[in-house]
Structures are given as C-alpha cells and as structure tokens.
Design a protein around this ligand. Structure first.
Ligand SMILES: [Zn+2]
Length: 264
C-alpha cells in the first residue's frame, strides 16, 4: 500500500511551496504540510454531555498536536480553525486545498446512547456500502454539509467527461488506500501506548470532509464524551497532551515510511 500512496505524496512534495532558502547550497527537505481540522465549533458544539463539548476537546487537542508537529521541524501546519468559531465542511476542505496540504487530520469526539461505548476510532473514506453504524456517524459528522448537498453539488459531478471521471476514480482509489495506511499507522502508535485495545478502531464511512480533501485523510474520534470516565478524561489537559502526542508519533511514523519508500 505504501507504494500506492507515495506517488501521491511525491506529487505534492515536488512543488517548491514549502522549501525555504538553503544556506549551504543543499536544498532542505520539503516540509510535509499537515492540515489539522478541529471538528465543529461556534454554535455547532458537536457531541455534548453536561459541560463536556466535542468542539472544545477537538480544538484543544488540535492545538497541542500542531505544537508537537511544529516543534519537530519537518512539518508545516495549518489549523482550519484556531478559535471557537463555526466553519462549514466545504470551507474546511477548501483550506486544505488552498495550502496544498499533504495530509489532512480531522479531530472529533464521539457520543453514544450506549453508556459502555468508549475508545478511539480512526475513520477514512470508503466506496463500499456503509454499514448502519457508519451511516449514523456519517450523518452526525456530515450534518453541517446537508444544506450544500441540497444546493446541487451532484449537477457539477455529472457534467464531467468520462475520462475526467475515470481519472478521478483512480485518484480516489489511491487516496483511499493511502488514507487506510495513515489510519492503521496512527492506530498502531495509539495502541502501543494504550492499556486497552479497541478491536473496531479502524472504520470506513462516507464522510464528506475527508472525501473532499485530495490527499491522505483521516477523521479521528478521540473517545466518547458519553462514557462515565472517558468523557471527563477527554477534557483533561494532561490526557489531551498524551492523545496529541500519540497522533504526532503516528504522523511522524507515516511520514518516515513514505520518505523511506520514496528513496528506495
Ligand atoms: Zn464530530
């Protein structure tokens, strides 16, 4: 799978966009541009239980992850929002496109009617019929996009030529494969630090925000705000730093694997 995704990353790394001026005649390695997308915000609080808000957890962890990636030196970072403001899903995808993102990581927290539900989940886009649970989550995380769908995105798609559609399909298949690799790398890193493992932590669903971004993308559900102990823990700054650290380590491993694959 790595060879599939590397062609995409090489394409986006080839541009001069992220290179800084060399001081010793050797071109510095281009920085991998990671767009971090804290879910929800403003009037859209996302999942909530009591005073616990998904939108706040997502922003806080996103900022900590941004700090870790910037400290590393190998990454350029853009946040889709840096304050508690509302942003539509197309606006988030447009930011990734504008800054020529190499990776896109959307950060969320979950909720369930089942009080036992807990644990991290990494979602990436699929092409397969989604199971019922996927549709449920997709409808929740896609909520702020429903208006845009009704305004006729479908018409623009059908206007494309057959060749354009075939190329789009190929690109989508590559992107899905590389997003799957990214998800599995993040999960492996997360599990290496966790006391408990979640067997169903890799999920696929028709998620608008990751499907509209044309680079490896993942939507992370950090945990369940509805769980008695996990919910409050998600708001704890120390635990948020640990989660951000897990995500940082996973992204660094993914980037290293891509670089190694490229130089082979
Ligand atoms: Zn969410």
């Amino acid at each position: 799978m790595l060879s599939l995704m590397s062609s995409f990353i090489v394409l986006s790394l080839a541009g001069p966009a992220h290179a800084s001026a060399p001081s010793d005649g050797v071109l510095p390695a281009p920085k991998l541009h990671v767009v971090i997308d804290p879910g929800h915000g403003g009037v859209d609080k996302g999942a909530a239980r009591g005073a616990i808000r998904e939108s706040h957890i997502a922003l806080s962890v996103a900022k900590k992850l941004a700090d870790r990636l910037r400290d590393d030196g190998r990454f350029a970072v853009t946040l889709t929002r840096e304050a508690d403001v509302a942003l539509t899903l197309p606006e988030r995808a447009a930011i990734a496109k504008r800054v020529q993102a190499d990776l896109f990581v959307s950060i969320h927290a979950n909720a369930s009617e089942d009080p036992r539900a807990h644990g991290v989940e990494f979602w990436f886009q699929n092409q397969l019929p989604a199971d019922e649970e996927s549709l449920f989550l997709a409808s929740r995380e896609n909520q702020s996009h429903e208006g845009d769908v009704r305004r006729g995105r479908g018409a623009a798609v059908t206007a494309k030529s057959d060749v354009a559609r075939i190329i789009e399909d190929l690109r989508r298949n590559h992107r899905i494969a590389s997003s799957g690799d990214l998800s599995r790398t993040l999960l492996a890193e997360w599990h290496s630090k966790a006391r408990r493992r979640n067997k169903h932590a890799i999920r696929q669903g028709p998620l608008f925000v990751v499907s509209e971004v044309h680079v490896p993308s993942v939507l992370v559900e950090l945990g369940f705000v509805s769980h008695e102990s996990e919910g409050p823990r998600l708001t704890d700054p120390g635990h948020q730093s640990l989660m951000a650290g897990n995500l940082y380590e996973g992204i660094a491993k993914f980037a290293a694997a891509v670089a190694a694959d490229r130089s082979r």
